[in-house]
Design a protein around this ligand. Sequence first.
Ligand code: HEM
Length: 540
Amino acid sequence: MMRPISHSTHIKFKLAQKVMSVIMKQTNAISIIFSKAFYGAFVAFSFVILILYLYDQYNSLRYRLAKVLAQRVGYFRNDQGNRIKELSLNTRFLRFSDGHEISKQGAALADDEPYITWNDGKPEIVLSNPGHVKDFFSRQTQGHAKPPHMGMGPYFDRVLGSSVGVLNGDQWKAMRKVFDPNLSHQTAMDFRGTFSREVAAWMKNLQSQGSTAANGALSPELVLDASVTCRVLPFKMVASVLYGNALSQDSFRELLALNSLHEKVMFNAFFGKQERSRLFSILPSQSKSLMDGFERKWRAFNLEMIEKAKKEGLPCPVATMYPSVRKGSVTEKEFLHTIDEILFANIDVTSSVLAFLLINLARNSRAQTELRQEIGRHGSDPEAYVEKTDTLLEYACMESIRLCPAAWFSLPEYATSDMMISGYRIPSGTPCIIDWWRLNTQSPIWNSVEVSGTLFSPQRFQKLVPQDYRWSFLQFGLGSRKCIGKNVARVMMKTFLVMVLKEWELQTVGSAKDAEQEMVDTKPDRFTVTPDQRLRFVRI
Ligand code: HEM
């Protein structure tokens, strides 16, 4: 039998029903509001995506249209009305991964004339001989500037877009004023002792990589990949120049970890397809979180080093330069991007340059023997020897960079006035890049009856004065934008060579034995020209 519902239970039931209906009504209202808000947000988000997508498309269309219009009014043509040749390829990635191939295609297409190549949607002019280079950098061409983010897109912009190599005008001058004194010739010479210690430690470590004989004796020879072997050494040397005595073993380990992160970021910046899009750069993605992580850690690392140097009274150039940020002459972002450029972005350049030095000497045993003999003759005053500029040592460094440049093509630069290049009218603002290998090897100054431009022959510099190769040699930069680290690089290279050649004889391993062979194999996944070559180090 059912129990009758009591009055109080009935009231409770009614009350609960009321509460439930109020809750339901409110929930309904909330869900309507929520779904409307959600819908609104969705529409707004889609709209932003559409605008950004159209903006990306517009940018590439705009440049193509601008080029066609410019041609109509006589630009990109010579006096006879002939159009400049066009390599109808987007070489945005290929110039790094297959630069030598692109160089050959350009030569086949345009022979000795400048030509257009495409950097995503933008036309760029490729210069390849001393005449083009002179026309571009001569006084008639007024100001010069670097394009925003070097034409590499928004992802690159976040990592290096405010570095000294990308800045222009007063910002560039302010940054050079801060960094130049800390990278002067004298500073570089003062670091010679540190560099010697680092090379000595590196050589000791090399030995530990080689097999030891059963009796524990050191192995008389080692076989190593040149670019892998030379990777960390220049990084350590440049880090010492930047952080001075504040650089402990622990902080260097931190830098190495940051460098691994930076390598991934740089890979995305140079080779990432989506990373070129402004749209992609704001959406959550793996590469964005990599970048966010790197930015955060890089800033924290530098602030910690500055704080440590201050607290412990340690000489540390980065800490000495940092007040320029507080005074406002440079921004914190510019400062951090510039240290990044000097340290991380440069590791590929400097390590390849050291590796090529070893390879070129290994491939040319006569040059190696002569240089070793010269080193022997200067044993009593190594400092004076490194400082001298009329030595085989100096010429070997120059010759190696000439023959094996750090990149296949230089980074873009444009003139702020119209130019005539090899008779072609080029509008102001058009980025120009130099085919680095062709300029450095094919110019008539490098090719004589006795010696060709593709042969490693340091002695060729004995007969030349700098004026002779002013427009034929891209080493540390042409025009006003010169390498900020050229003094450090020179002392580093020379100290390295002197110490290595005293202890080891270098030989190539594998096929690249022919000294006249154009170029050793290179690794395609780097933005610099990175040799893919093993070497045999034979103890002297
Ligand atoms: C032997 C190795 C090196 C070579 C062949 C080299 C080559 C160059 C070249 C050709 C440029 C001019 C790029 C342009 O057209 O804008 C340049 C710029 C630069 N280099 Fe080097 N470099 C070397 C080592 C170094 C080192 C060791 C450092 C740092 C200590 C460094 C830091 C820079 C910076 C920051 C710039 C931009 C300068 C500016 O635009 O004001 N480089 N380098």
